[in-house]
Design a protein around this ligand. Structure first.
Ligand SMILES: [Zn+2]
Length: 387
């Protein structure tokens, strides 16, 4: 246990993710009050800013005990069949479990795509909103009303359904455009709703490896034409990795210049992209390293956790960090910390949320990913996981 003095903790002998040295940290009512060089020669803990899992699916979490989809399409079909049995209490219970696991791992902000389609109606929204209430103050949950691939916004009835979900006050509008029978029309309708409701947009986009059917350029030009680019997040973007170098870099530059957020999901993309009977030849992850190097808003998420799309995972962003280091080579300490912590590359005075991990260095934390983490919000301990 860290040394404690007074009403707030004083954390001694701490290494900081993203900064050289060993430090002592004073906590106060706003979070980190002061950071000073420690008398200790070696760190006992590593402090990260609060982890931000910016792409999750809490409503689907913990629905399978084992699953091996043959492809993304196969997973979508299995998901559609199983989601028919969802009830609001069932979603609330599983989402709550996912949120509690996330808090234990040091996640303090979580953005969750919440299914809206004819299969679940509003049960996922109701369940996730209920679970969010239960963790209020410990975890900031941004709910995305997610118009799934089974709610094609090219159809008027689907737009009406999404509108009803937006009346439930989510923080984001989400959609999956690639499977639409008219993706450009679906895109315009998402942007119409974004303007009408004043909500940012997070798209499942180009989650495939076919260079000929990419929508990223269309999304960028449509969003820029409306002055909405800074309100857009592109999640997945797998197909950027198979474009020819010039086209790919032009799009990366455009994403960065427009202020579009790019979210990489290494775990599910490794699992589902280029899935075949043999060994995959392609990694299927987006060009996060290039975007980060160009100063872009690159973020990470766990994506699915123990459902038809991904049977593993536990909502632990350190796992995702290790996968990002291996898959994207996003292994620069500050760049990786920023991607894991919603743009914060290192804690400093004024940082509200911190996660204390019993490890001697950044690499030690990433290598071992120890479970015994302590999570502080505004100077107060909100979780001390010991399992
Ligand atoms: Zn997703």
């Amino acid at each position: 246990m860290p040394d404690v003095e007074g009403p707030f903790s004083r954390l001694t002998a701490v290494a900081l993710a993203g900064r050289e040295g060993v430090f002592d940290i004073e906590l106060g009512p706003l979070g980190v009050a002061d950071i000073s060089v420690s008398a200790a020669a070696h760190a006992r803990f590593v402090a990260f800013p609060g982890f931000a899992n910016l792409h999750a699916h809490a409503d689907r979490a913990f629905t399978v005990t084992n699953a091996r989809p043959k492809s993304l399409k196969d997973a979508l079909a299995a998901s559609a069949a199983a989601r028919m049995a969802f009830t609001t209490p069932d979603v609330r219970r599983r989402a709550r479990r996912f949120f509690e696991r996330s808090i234990g791992h040091g996640v303090t902000r979580l953005r969750t795509h919440t299914d809206v389609d004819p299969i679940v109606g509003f049960k996922s929204m109701e369940g996730v909103l209920g679970a969010r209430q239960a963790v209020k103050g410990r975890l900031d949950v941004d709910v995305i009303a997610f118009s799934t691939s089974r709610n094609d916004l090219a159809e008027v009835g689907s737009v009406a359904r999404l509108r009803d979900a937006l009346e439930m006050k989510p923080a984001y509008i989400g959609a999956s455009l690639n499977s639409s029978k008219a993706p450009e029309l679906a895109l315009e309708r998402v942007l119409d709703l974004s303007e009408e409701y004043g909500l940012p947009v997070d798209l499942h986009l180009d989650e495939h490896l076919d260079a000929n059917t990419t929508l990223t350029a269309r999304v960028l030009s449509a969003a820029k034409a409306r002055g909405l680019a800074g309100r857009i997040t592109i999640s997945h973007g797998c197909a950027l990795s198979v474009l020819d170098e010039q086209d790919a870099m032009r799009l990366v530059d455009e994403i960065v210049e427009a202020g579009v957020t790019l979210i990489a999901l290494p775990e599910t993309n490794l699992f589902l992209q280029d899935r075949r009977s043999g060994t995959p030849r392609l990694r299927g992850v987006t060009l996060a390293r290039e975007a980060a190097a160009a100063g872009g808003r690159v973020r990470l998420g766990t994506d699915n956790v123990r459902d038809w799309f991904f049977p593993f995972g536990d909502g632990d962003m350190l796992d995702t960090g290790l996968f990002a280091a291996l898959t994207l080579h996003l292994d620069d300490e500050r760049a990786l910390t920023a991607a894991l912590c919603d743009g914060v590359a290192c804690i400093e005075a004024g940082t509200r949320d911190i996660v204390l991990i019993p490890a001697t260095s950044f690499d030690d934390a990433l290598a071992r990913r120890p479970a015994e983490r302590r999570v502080f919000r505004a100077g107060r301990l909100v979780s001390a996981e010991t399992v």
